[in-house]
Design a protein around this ligand. Structure first.
Ligand SMILES: [Zn+2]
Length: 271
């Protein structure tokens, strides 16, 4: 599933391609992903200009004039392609065509867990999932990061995945950050020393920054808008490495289930 770094990469890539372009046609191929009715999407976006691209948590934001924001969530298998209409296939969900552009923005999603939503700048127009998003981990000071988990009794891995506490982390970057910080995913915040917790903030920050620089992680479906793959999957130290040796100590990496999600960790390095 695309997480913060993958969406950040798409935001930067697409920002260069579609900022300043005017929408000439809204193509709705299938309506599964629409949280805003098709007619409203078509009517409001037509003729609008993309001012810039942004990101909030795992949402990509296309910011248009008239304070319109198109929120795209890629769910499990969503892809955004900058391509010609020849790239449409059975999984194409929606596309935006632009004036004077041979290429268009195509939202493709095989498993259809993605979401498409249009808001008009007022908080009331935002769905609850968006209104309740926690702070951005790359913008948090160390102390503010630890405060996000004050009074929480859950396991640290599950808490990191809770988008209301901190926005943008998913399974990959939560596992990788906990490994770097030397924290067992089963720990609860009350059992983590302050120094370690500050170390987790640093680990989250560095892991996300490195992943962005590497173009994100391409494991199953994530690709760039030109179809190329990210590179950070080559730097994963625990995620997807169950049964292999820890690069630090040689212990076999374990995969366990926590709160319905998998967690990968080194039992020796992460006490
Ligand atoms: Zn180890």
């Amino acid at each position: 599933m695309p997480e913060l770094p993958e969406i950040e990469v798409l935001s930067r890539e697409l920002g260069k391609k579609i900022s300043g372009l005017r929408v000439s046609e809204v193509v709705i191929c299938r309506e599964f992903l629409l949280k805003t009715p098709r007619k409203i999407l078509e009517k409001k976006l037509l003729g609008k200009t993309v001012l810039k691209l942004s990101r909030r948590g795992k949402y990509l934001c296309l910011i248009f004039d008239s304070e319109l924001i198109l929120w795209l969530h890629l769910g499990m298998t969503g892809q955004l392609l900058w391509a010609s209409s020849r790239s449409y296939d059975a999984y194409a969900q929606m596309a935006l065509r632009f004036e004077n552009s041979a290429e268009e923005l195509i939202f493709r999603d095989i498993r259809k867990f993605g979401r498409i939503c249009l808001t008009n700048g007022s908080p009331d127009s935002m769905p609850r999932g968006l209104r309740e998003l926690g702070p951005e981990p790359l913008e948090l000071a160390p102390d503010d990061f630890t405060k996000c988990f004050d009074g929480r009794t859950g396991r640290i891995k599950s808490l990191l995945l809770n988008q209301k506490l901190v926005a943008g982390l998913g399974n990959i970057y939560a596992d990788e950050s906990l490994f770097r910080a030397g924290i067992n995913p089963r720990k609860r915040p009350s059992g983590i020393k302050r120094e370690k917790f500050l170390g987790l903030h640093k680990a989250v920050y560095e892991t996300l920054r490195e992943a962005i620089l590497q173009g994100g992680s391409s494991i199953d479906d994530f690709i760039h808008t030109d179809g190329s793959r990210g590179g950070f999957q080559n730097f994963h130290r625990v995620y997807g490495r169950a049964g292999e040796k820890c690069f630090n100590c040689g212990t076999i990496i374990r995969r366990i289930m926590l709160g319905g999600r998998s967690a990968h960790f080194c039992p020796t390095c992460q006490k």
